[in-house]
Structure formats: structure tokens, C-alpha cells
Write a protein that binds this ligand. Structure first.
Ligand code: SAH
Length: 346
């Protein structure tokens, strides 16, 4: 099938057959027609609005040993840090003044933050900023723990499924982790009432086109509010130190496909995309993304939250980052808005 026929079919039905999707994933052209259609759909649903989320990376301790991740437990060279509730509140204060209405608390799976400590942090933010969304991204927990977070005032949860193929999942993670549990978490979070974000890395080691197809099919089953994807990027202190980075072109193509399959979705143009290419985030927006997640973490810890090498924006103050991003978003033809940025109805 010709590309224009695939784009038309996507526009009409929000779906393609397995064979058609595989063809799209496997082509290596930089595809204006696909991006144009994705941008049109994005504008129909969200205009030129770009939502900002203030990312607070509050701990780089992690009990897990994901083979791709620079803050894995087994990286003995990582310099570890934790932010206190007061530190986190200070990040929110700064962020609120800069127009952020969503705070994303992301970290490794750090047992120091018991349910009690996490809930104290969440309720402090909830009390001080009733008009803001609180997003958590702290990995796999029991349903009971997720219920406590929700009751304390958290509204959204980001948990990428990473890969929807269990064999591939086992190549990226130690035996102590399973795709089954990750999926359980995602469905629990949805049932509890969180707005849920999932997603995957593009070009992670051993990934095939069929794996990516499985990712798209899993997302159709989950129907998440947000879908975050970014290229896999290598880190020296991991078992994947010699593996190649993922591709920007494929990431952009998949963003466009995601916009056409999930017109309503919140799609971030990720830091990993901005790291692999200086204009990566702008290109992500033009391919259909509508969210950016600048860093609100204190500058002295930013370099330490090193999931992969050469991560951008680790040296600037929050205000500088916000200003720089504002210009980048405008240059791409869109506009950052001060808004809680909820998903549109779907
Ligand atoms: N502990 C949390 C947060 C993980 S970090 C959790 O389990 O959800 C957020 C995301 O960064 C991960 O879900 C993963 O998709 C991505 N990531 C980790 N290492 C990466 C790497 N080397 N390259 C690109 N993305 C990476």
C-alpha cells in the first residue's frame, strides 16, 4: 500500500493492519506526508497549545537493575541523592511562579520513600497547590500503595511499559521484573482513577519491528491518556554500554503514527529526543507531540539523574530552561500555555 493510502486510512479509521503498520515502522524515509497529517490532527484537538510539566527528579536511588538505565542499582559509580519534602516544595514554588500547573515527581524505586513519606509529600503539594495536577513516576507498586497515593491527592501516573513483548522484556530486565506485573500496575492505576501515561523506548537493544507493533497494539488495549516515547540512549555504566542509540527518525515517525492512532492523547516531545539531536524536541512537536517536560530539579543534582549519557538541560536554572523552551516551542510554530493540561475527552 502506498504511503498516502496508509495515511488516509489512519485518518479515517485510526488503525492499520499489522502488515501496514510494519511497513510504516520499517521504511526509512523522512516522511513529510505523515508528519503533516499528524500535525493537522493535533491542531484539530489541541490547536497550537503545548502543555508544560515541571519534572522534579527527586531520587536517583533505585532497587531495580534495568539493563538500559544509568541509575540502576548495579551502577556503583553513580553518586546518589534524595530530595527532602522541603526541597520538593521549593521546586514546586519556583515552578508555580514560572507558570507550571503540573508537577511530575519522578525517581528510581527508592524504598526510603515509604507510603507514609510519599503521602506526606503528595498531600503537602495538594494542600498548597489545589489548582495543580500531581503526577507520579516512581515505578511498580502494590495496588494498595497506588490507592494511598491517589487518596493523598495524586492525579496522574507515568509508567512506561517499556516493551509489550515478554521475551524482549526479559532481555531488558533481570528476572525479578516482569511485563506481567508492569501491565498489572497500569491497569490497577487506571481502575483507581489515575490519568495514566505509558510508553516505550525506541531502538532499545534487541528490539524488532514486530516488538514495536506489539507496543502499538498494547497501547490500543490500555488506552492511556499519555504516551511517552524516546530513543534509547546508551550509558557506559550498564550492561548495554556497547549498544547503539535508537534512531531519531524512527522515533519521530512513531510519534506521528501515535497521534493518528490516538488523536486525543498527550504526547510528550521528550528529553531523550532533545538529547539525540539539537532540534529533536522541535521536530517531535512538528510530528504531533503536544507536551514538554522541562526540568525543575535543583541544579546541583541534575547531572546525577543520569538515565543515559549527555542528557540536556542539566546546567541551567528552571527559569532559564523555561525561557529557552518557550522560544523553541514558538520557533516550531506552537505556544506554551499555563494550564493544568488535562487530556481531551476520548
Ligand atoms: N523508576 C520509574 C522512572 C523510570 S525513568 C519507572 O520505573 O517508571 C523514566 C523512563 O526513562 C523509563 O521508563 C525509560 O523508558 C526511560 N529510560 C531509562 N533509561 C533510558 C535510556 N538509557 N535511554 C532512554 N530512555 C531511558
Amino acid at each position: 500500500m502506498k504511503l498516502s493510502d496508509k495515511v488516509n486510512k489512519l485518518l479515517k479509521t485510526k488503525n492499520l493492519s499489522d502488515g501496514e503498520l510494519l511497513e510504516l515502522i520499517k521504511t526509512d524515509v523522512f516522511d513529510e506526508e505523515l508528519f503533516f497529517a499528524a500535525d493537522k490532527v493535533r491542531r484539530e484537538h489541541y490547536g497550537t497549545d503545548v502543555y508544560v510539566r515541571g519534572l522534579i527528579e527527586f531520587t536517583n536511588y533505585c532497587k531495580n537493575d534495568c539493563y538500559y538505565c544509568g541509575i540502576r542499582h548495579g551502577n556503583k559509580k553513580a553518586v546518589r541523592y534524595r530530595l527532602s519534602r522541603e526541597d520538593i516544595m521549593e521546586c514546586c514554588r519556583e515552578g508555580y511562579a514560572l507558570g507550571f500547573r503540573t508537577f511530575v515527581l519522578q525517581g528510581g524505586e527508592d524504598p526510603y520513600y515509604t507510603d507514609e513519606i510519599m503521602c506526606e509529600i503528595i498531600s503537602s503539594i495538594r494542600k498548597e497547590y489545589p489548582d495543580c495536577a500531581i503526577t507520579l513516576s516512581v515505578g511498580e507498586k502494590s495496588r494498595e500503595t497506588y490507592e494511598k497515593y491517589f487518596a493523598a491527592g495524586a492525579n496522574r501516573y507515568l509508567l512506561r511499559h517499556e516493551t509489550a513483548d515478554s521475551e524482549h522484556y526479559a532481555m531488558l530486565h533481570p528476572n525479578s521484573m516482569s511485563l506481567e506485573n508492569r501491565k498489572r500496575c497500569l491497569f490497577d492505576l487506571k481502575e483507581i482513577g489515575f490519568q495514566v501515561g505509558s510508553g516505550f523506548m525506541v531502538g532499545s537493544p534487541y528490539q524488532t519491528a514486530e516488538n514495536l507493533l506489539a507496543d502499538l497494539r498494547f497501547l490500543q488495549e490500555l488506552i492511556p491518556d499519555m504516551i511517552g516515547i524516546g530513543p534509547y540512549l546508551t550509558h557506559e555504566q550498564t550492561p548495554f554500554a556497547d549498544k547503539e542509540n535508537g534512531s531519531m527518525e524512527l522515533t519521530l515517525r512513531l510519534i506521528a503514527v501515535l497521534r493518528l492512532m490516538f488523536p486525543y492523547a498527550l504526547l510528550p516531545s521528550t528529553t531523550a529526543l532533545g538529547t539525540i539531536h539539537p532540534k529533536g524536541r522541535e521536530l517531535g512537536l512538528k510530528a504531533g507531540a503536544n507536551v514538554v517536560m522541562p526540568n525543575l530539579s535543583p541544579v546541583n543534582v541534575r547531572k546525577l539523574y543520569e538515565l543515559y549519557e549527555n542528557k540536556i538541560c542539566t546546567g541551567e536554572e528552571a527559569a532559564q530552561c523555561r525561557g529557552c523552551l518557550e522560544k523553541r516551542v514558538e520557533n516550531a510554530g506552537y505556544k506554551i500555555v499555563t494550564d493544568i493540561g488535562n487530556v481531551k475527552k476520548h
